[in-house]
Design a protein around this ligand. Structure first.
Ligand code: A2P
Length: 257
């Protein structure tokens, strides 16, 4: 049995000249948890060329959605960025990953901290009914260089609150904090700085981040992960896993260099 599904592209959305997303069919037997990633790719010279991609779509969705950067010399994304409706993509049958709410202890507020395409896994978590059952607030934080890189901002701000299934929970509990580092914006500066100064929690009217109460998921570049891990450890946060849930979990955003 092949380890890959072949899915059909249903929609492609170009956010910027460096960022795009696409939707595909979903084989009914494909199962995953919100926050997980799987391998996706294209056949190149007769062999599958695959990279890890987080699932943007929640695990109950009928279609799959992925967010990707475009790298002109990237072995996969140089090709993937030209996807058109009707094209086929390969999707790994086995999803995996550490960004699971089951890897976290129960808590007060859940902070989802993503830079760049590190936002992707948090979109499926922001649509997970279990997240709203377990936490008082879900704080979705997205850090980018420029405002046009805030993918899905309109959906987060305008569609999610009217979601058929979760709209009421989302209106009551989901807080969105986009922050931009390289041009003026209503929230400016890096996520790490906004947390260190408590600006992020102050702006949202929340108590400062605190390890006994709050839970954190992190996804982004290696430099971001390293700095945020240092900040969280200094505040007594402990990394969780499937064996031992903790107060935070991290995963690197799967960026093709
Ligand atoms: P900055 O513009 O100050 O580098 P990238 O596109 O390089 O992955 O960056 C996405 C966002 O993550 C940018 O806003 C960037 O800020 C920020 N960023 C990069 N490195 C770090 C880091 N070590 N800690 C916090 N934020 C970071």
């Amino acid at each position: 049995m092949s380890a890959l599904f072949e899915e059909e592209v249903l929609k492609v959305r170009h956010w910027t000249d460096r960022l795009f997303s696409f939707t595909t069919t979903r084989s009914p037997s494909f199962r995953y948890e919100n926050g997980q990633f799987t391998m996706i790719g294209l056949p190149v010279n007769g062999k599958p060329l695959l990279r890890a991609y987080s699932l943007v779509s929640p695990n109950y969705a009928e279609q799959l959605e992925f967010l990707s950067i475009k790298v002109q010399e990237g072995p996969l994304t140089s090709k993937l960025q030209h996807l058109k409706v009707g094209d086929k993509v390969l999707v790994g049958k086995k999803a995996t990953g550490t960004l699971l709410i089951d890897n976290l202890l129960p808590g007060r507020n859940l902070f989802l901290l993503g830079t760049g395409t590190g936002l992707a896994p948090f979109l499926s978590i922001a649509k997970d009914p279990a997240a709203y059952e377990r936490f008082d607030k879900i704080v979705l934080v997205h850090g980018c260089r420029f405002a046009n890189e805030l993918a899905y901002a309109d959906e987060i701000e305008n569609s999610l609150p009217n979601d058929e299934l979760l709209g009421e929970e989302i209106r009551a509990k989901l807080l969105y904090y986009p922050t931009i580092t390289r041009e003026p914006f209503r929230n400016g500066g890096r996520i790490t700085a906004a947390l260190a100064s408590n600006k992020l929690t102050d702006t949202l009217g929340l108590a400062p981040l605190e390890a006994t109460q709050d839970r954190v998921m992190v996804c982004g570049s290696p430099a971001f992960l390293s700095d945020i891990t240092e900040l969280l450890r200094a505040r007594s946060f402990i990394e969780g896993s499937s064996n031992e849930p903790g107060s935070y979990v991290i995963e690197k955003a799967f960026v093709e260099r």
